[in-house]
Structures are given as C-alpha cells and as structure tokens.
Design a protein around this ligand. Sequence first.
Ligand code: HEM
Length: 251
Amino acid sequence: MKIDRKPVYEALRGRNSKDYEIYLNCEKLLACQKDFDELCNEDELQFQIVHQVEELWMKLLNYTLLNVHDYMIAGNAHRTTTLLGRCNQLVRLMIQQLDLLETMSPREYQQIRLQLGNGSGQESPGFKTLVSLGPRLWPAFEDAFLKPEKRTVRSVYDTDYAHDDAYVVAEAMIEFDEQMQLFRWHHIFLIHRSIGMGSASLKGRSVDLLQKGAKQRFYPALWDVRVEMTNEWGGEYGKVRPSIGGEGEAG
Ligand code: HEM
C-alpha cells in the first residue's frame, strides 16, 4: 500500500510551535520552496533546495570574509587562518553539493528550466558579493603582512622564507582562490552534464563564456611567484637536465 503523502507534507511544513522550530524559524524556512503540489516534476524540489542552500553557504562565506578582513587589518594571523579555513571548508561543501544535481536527468531539467524565467546564476547575490569581496583581501594582506616589514611575496616564499605568519596566511588565501576556481570549473561540468556546453543560457548568451570567469584569479601574485621561482630554478640548473636513470635514458 502506498504511503499517504498528505500527513507527511503537513509535517514538513513546520509550525514554529516548539523552541527548536522558533529558533530556526522553520515555518518560514520550509515555506521558501514551492509547495509540493506546485512542483513541475520530482526533481524540482532538489533543484530549488540546492540553489537555496548554496545561497545560504555564500551568505555565511561573505560574512566570514568580512571578519577575515578585520582580523587581517589587525595583523592577527591565527584568527585569519582559522576563519579562512572555514571559508575553504564552505567552498568545498558548495562544490560537493553541485553533484546532487547530476542525479537529475537532462530531460527533466528541461521542464524545470521553463520555470526559471530569465534567471541566471550570474544574478546570485551571494556569488556577486564573493567575486567583489574576495579580491579585497589582497590590499589588507599587503598592508598588514608585507609593507610594515618591507617584504614582498617573493621574499615570503623564497628569499627570506621562514614559514611564518605571512606565509601561512598567503597559503590560506591561495587555497581560497583555488577552491573558488574549482567551484566554477565543477559548475561547468554540471552544465556539461545537464544542458551541454555550447548551448545558449536563459539570457541567450553562449555558456562557453563561463570558461573565462573560471580563469579569474583573486590573488595572481601568489600564483605568479611559483612560476618565477621555477623558471629561475630552471635558469640556474638548466631547463632540461640529464636523466636520473643515467645517460641515454628517456627524459
Ligand atoms: C543543472 C544545474 C545548473 C545549470 C544548468 C546551470 C547553468 C548555468 C548557466 C547556463 C550559467 C550562465 C548564465 C548566463 O550566461 O547568464 C550559469 C551561471 C552561474 N550559475 Fe549555474 N547552473 C546550474 C546550477 C547552479 C547551482 C546549483 C549554482 C549554485 C550556486 C549555480 C551558480 C551559478 C553561478 C554563480 C553562475 C555565474 C558563474 C560565473 O559568472 O562564473 N548554478 N549557470
């Protein structure tokens, strides 16, 4: 016998009658999705919830970045790295959660797409704030961890490398930058799986344009210093060295 859905749906509406529900504002929270009877198919609830949860993580992420900025300006490396660690966990969660949508069939997504009007992820308040706030950590890092001791990124990583506060903060920043790029690439693969790259977005633009955004780096100096060091090392030791397997071995 089939389970009667009515009481289950009713229980999932939330009433704000118990302290738990009141604190979490369950009544409002569980009313943020389309009602069960209005969903266009069985995948739509997942589609809406994944997007909503991602917006919530981005809200927390942006709030945390503001705190990171404050602690950076104060030169507090410990708090900065702990909070950047939280940001990095958050972006990892965001990436993992995209995978849920790969359980949706491309055909059913076409029905959901009809519900979205001209909506575009580029209008996401959380994401727009992230791409604006993320790069603003850089001047704070320079002011707090480089300029006071007349240091450069190169000195932190190479010429007077000491695995110190500046280095640890810089590594947490590059990890954040990396996770953000990974989020964008992972999202591109989700598009490959659902509507296919080369198709047009709901705004009529080619989705290939997303590849340009995925290459955006928040802190280019932290990526470039690696190239500089490796190329100089190559200059010193030779770009192509003899094989470690002895002369004549393939390199
Ligand atoms: C099947 C699921 C999805 C599809 C087919 C899809 C498709 C797209 C497309 C076509 C664009 C380009 C829009 C334009 O040019 O106006 C876009 C952008 C975007 N989408 Fe999605 N998306 C999906 C899921 C998600 C989810 C779950 C998120 C969660 C945050 C998300 C966030 C974004 C963001 C932030 C952008 C702008 C990215 C950038 O500028 O680099 N998308 N999406």
